[in-house]
Design a protein around this ligand. Structure first.
Ligand SMILES: NC(=O)c1ccc[n+]([C@@H]2O[C@H](COP(=O)([O-])OP(=O)(O)OC[C@H]3O[C@@H](n4cnc5c(N)ncnc54)[C@H](OP(=O)(O)O)[C@@H]3O)[C@@H](O)[C@H]2O)c1
Length: 279
């Protein structure tokens, strides 16, 4: 038994009841042969600081994930940022070190890159449209710029996409678009990084940007059936639609690596997850 056994991790977010993270980490724990516990903590929007302090005050509680709406606001409560968290200015993984300091990291970018490559959804020189400018977009965008891809960003609240694009403009080619400009571009890959699916909605954009050769990826996923965004993409002709379940497993695998120094097998874990929730 190493001292890595029997430690506790959790997910801070609001909402969290739909989260599959506890199931995923159970699969990882078995696979890497390190027993650890993972729970969800529904965190009131104004109480993140209190909940973080309470959780990490326990010696055995040594790491956590952070989901919406806290990925950016959690930054002010950590002692150190990894390079990945610094670049994206957003955090999805926390690790307690030396029993008292919190390190913030971000595995969303490496998670989506792994998944898009697994699906063969990402090719050199793709024009990529990211819809949304929240915490997840900040995490994934620097990784999407990989391989000379041009990234276009559209968000319901234009000012937020303007700020996002400004932040990443020194990383590569990135452009901020307004709704009426979308129809002037040919996108190869469209990524829905909004939380609209959680509320059964889709972003309000013209279907003219969808065609059979456009790859459509939704960070959100549903246990059964297509997400509202992917249903809409299929309806308007896309033959290539995928939800974010693979990203969910891969970003979680890289959190697991940070906490346990072992990377679970992502393909096998994804299969086990799909079996356990009967997708
Ligand atoms: N698969 C994965 O591993 C993975 C990882 C990370 C995140 N996610 C998913 O990604 C999504 C975004 O997460 P986040 O952390 O970025 O959330 P967030 O920080 O709360 O940002 C939400 C974003 O969605 C937009 N939005 C919300 N409702 C909308 C609607 N009805 N129409 C158009 N835009 C809408 C917001 O636009 P405004 O700025 O105009 O409010 C904002 O850009 C969530 O569904 C989350 O579950 C999945």
């Amino acid at each position: 038994m190493s001292n890595l056994q029997n430690r506790c991790f959790c997910l801070f977010g609001n909402p969290v009841s739909h989260s599959l993270s506890p199931v995923i980490h159970k699969i990882f724990s078995k696979q890497i042969n390190i027993k650890y516990f993972y729970s969800t903590i529904l965190t009131p929007k104004k109480s993140l600081s209190f909940f973080l302090k309470k959780f990490f005050s326990q010696e055995n509680n040594v790491g956590a994930n952070v989901t919406l709406p806290f990925k950016k606001s959690v930054i002010k409560y950590v002692d150190f940022l990894s390079d990945r968290a610094k670049i994206s200015e957003s955090i999805n993984t926390l690790k307690k070190i030396d029993k008292k300091f919190l390190v913030g990291d971000n595995t969303d970018g490496i998670g989506i890159l792994y998944d898009l490559k697994r699906l063969n959804f990402l090719k050199k020189n793709f024009n990529i449209l990211v819809i949304g400018a929240g915490g997840a977009s900040y995490g994934i965008i620097p990784y999407l710029m990989y391989n000379m891809n041009k990234v276009y960003v559209y968000n319901r609240t234009h000012y937020k996409s303007y700020l996002l694009v400004k932040k990443f403009s020194n990383v590569g080619e990135i452009f901020c678009l307004k709704k009426n400009e979308l129809k002037n571009y040919n996108f190869n890959l469209i990524i829905n990084a909004t939380s609209s699916g959680i509320y059964g909605q889709i972003p309000d954009i013209s279907s003219s940007i969808i065609s059979e050769n456009v790859y459509c990826y939704d960070l959100y996923f549903k246990k059964i059936g297509y997400t509202p965004f992917l249903q809409w993409c299929k309806k308007h002709g896309s033959l290539h639609v995928q939800d974010g379940i693979g990203m969910l497993v891969s970003q979680a695998a890289y959190s697991c690596l940070l906490w346990n120094k072992k990377l679970p097998n992502i393909e096998n874990s994804l299969k086990s997850l799909k079996n356990s929730i009967k997708i």
